[in-house]
Design a protein around this ligand. Structure first.
Ligand code: ARG
Length: 460
């Protein structure tokens, strides 16, 4: 074990346990790029301000490049005795360049260092999600454009409600994902302030230039309060909450894909690439990817709740509790990234069965609302009364075992004498969706226009 300040005072048992509970290197090593970028910016600033020499800064920069190359190539040996990524990098830097390495930590603490590294990491993750979500939106919008006129049943309570178009249904998810992206972008904008220079908690007596490091690291400005800077993790909480909402959206689409691909529904066929077989039932094609996407919110919402619970009631400023921010966040980010990628593949490969969907759309008296609307528009009936008359017609169709379009005119007139043959025009599912031309409605023309608008936006 390397030179720990307190090493001599502990027996080997507790010492090993202490090391185990204290170390974060097992999971924070993935911050190495952010850690090194932050150190380079810090060293350059120290040199510019005359706090360290230009020669030392140059050596530090070269040494850090080498450490990064070693980590990237897998040659780097991480040490648990060195606790975390910050001390691992610095210790290797010292081995490479000697005493100049000891000047890097001037006017800095691991408290502002970790706040910086994690902020940079979360920012990179948000940028990654934005690209991924855009790709998923594109896949959905392309499928929507191709199926702008494909009729399917629209559901409420998972009961057939009114016919809609498949394209319209897919564009609903494009809208949700747009809001998910906006939430992430908004969190990014708020977090994009430079924590470096808050030092341990109070700032520093050195004449540092926080604006310079802010610029070098792509931040809009430095943070304004050193205590807040080392104590706050709301940038992670905000991002996790946006991730939890996004994962929840994905899980709803995943659930629909599971339902649609059953032999009871037969709305879509999933590709071999995103399904698995059963080891005992040769006929099976299981939607495992969709099921796993459906399950991911468990861990992602869990991560949000875990970190909220860690932060709740913590006194200012930094406490070691806050080291517990990383594992759940990393797990949530990895899970969401995989879920988006799997969903994008499933959506691209998914083949809708337009005949089955149309057949299902015509069941369950799905055009009853169209019938009621006809009574209002043609006979001037108040809607409430039209609703009642339609209910009686549906009951009649049900007892005689036919769908609404097959109910004879005579039977219809036995309920409402003023009904004419003209009513049959509105009872077909194609007519029904075509009539829903109100802004945001499901008519194929609307959907074609919306899909085109989205495709233009997403490709721009
Ligand atoms: N590994 C620590 C963390 O993730 C780094 C900060 C340590 N700071 C300290 N004062 N011990 O939170």
């Amino acid at each position: 074990m390397t030179n720990k300040m307190w090493g001599g005072r502990f027996q080997s048992g507790p010492d090993a346990i202490m090391e185990e509970i204290n170390a974060s290197i097992g999971f924070d090593q993935r911050l190495f790029r952010q850690d090194i970028a932050g150190s380079k910016a810090h060293a350059a600033m120290l040199a510019r301000q005359g706090i360290i020499s230009k020669a030392d800064a140059a050596q530090i920069r070269k040494g850090l490049d080498q450490v990064q190359a070693e980590i990237e190539s897998g040659r780097f040996r991480f040490s648990r005795a060195l606790e975390d990524i910050h001390l691992n990098v610095e210790s290797r830097l010292k081995a490479l360049i000697g005493p100049a390495a000891g000047r890097l930590h001037t006017a800095r603490s691991r408290n502002d260092q970790v706040a910086l590294d994690f902020r940079l990491y979360v920012r990179d993750t948000i940028d990654h999600f934005d690209g991924q979500l855009r790709d998923l939106q594109l896949a959905l919008a392309e499928k929507a454009a191709a199926h702008a006129a494909t009729v399917m049943p629209g559901f409420t309570h998972l009961q057939v409600a009114q016919p809609v178009t498949f394209g319209h249904h897919l564009l609903a998810y494009v809208e949700m994902l747009a809001r998910d992206r906006a939430r992430l972008t908004d969190a990014r904008r708020r977090m994009n302030e430079n924590p470096l220079g808050a030092a341990a908690l109070a700032g520093t007596s050195f004449a540092i230039d926080r604006h310079m490091t802010a610029k070098a690291l792509g931040f809009d400005r430095p943070t304004r309060n050193s205590l807040d800077t080392v104590a706050d993790r709301d940038f992670v909480l905000e991002t996790l909450s946006a991730c939890a909402i996004c994962a929840t959206h994905l899980s709803r689409l995943a659930e629909e894909i599971v339902i649609w691909s059953t032999s009871q529904f037969c709305f879509v066929k999933l590709s071999d690439k995103f399904t698995t077989g059963s080891s005992i039932m040769p006929q099976k094609r299981n939607p495992d990817a969709a099921e796993l996407v459906r399950a991911k919110p468990g861990r992602i919402i869990g991560a949000l709740v875990a970190l909220l619970t860690v932060m709740k009631g913590l006194p200012l400023t930094y406490s070691k509790d806050m080291q517990e921010d990383k594992e759940p966040a990393f797990d949530a980010f990895d899970s969401l990234s995989l879920a988006i990628a799997a969903m994008t593949g499933m959506v691209r490969d998914m083949v809708p069965d337009a005949r089955e969907m149309r057949k299902a759309a015509a069941t369950g008296f799905s055009t009853a609302t169209d019938l009621a609307d006809w009574l209002v528009q043609r006979l001037g009936m108040p809607f409430r009364e039209a609703h009642h008359v339609t209910g009686r017609l549906v009951a009649l169709a049900e007892t005689t075992g036919v769908d609404l379009p097959d109910l004879p005119l005579k039977s219809m007139q036995s309920v409402e004498a003023r009904i004419t043959r003209d009513i049959y025009k509105v009872l077909g599912v194609e007519n029904s969706v075509a009539s829903r031309r109100s802004f945001g409605g499901t008519a194929p023309g609307n959907v074609r226009r919306e899909a085109r608008r989205w495709l233009n936006l997403l490709k721009a």
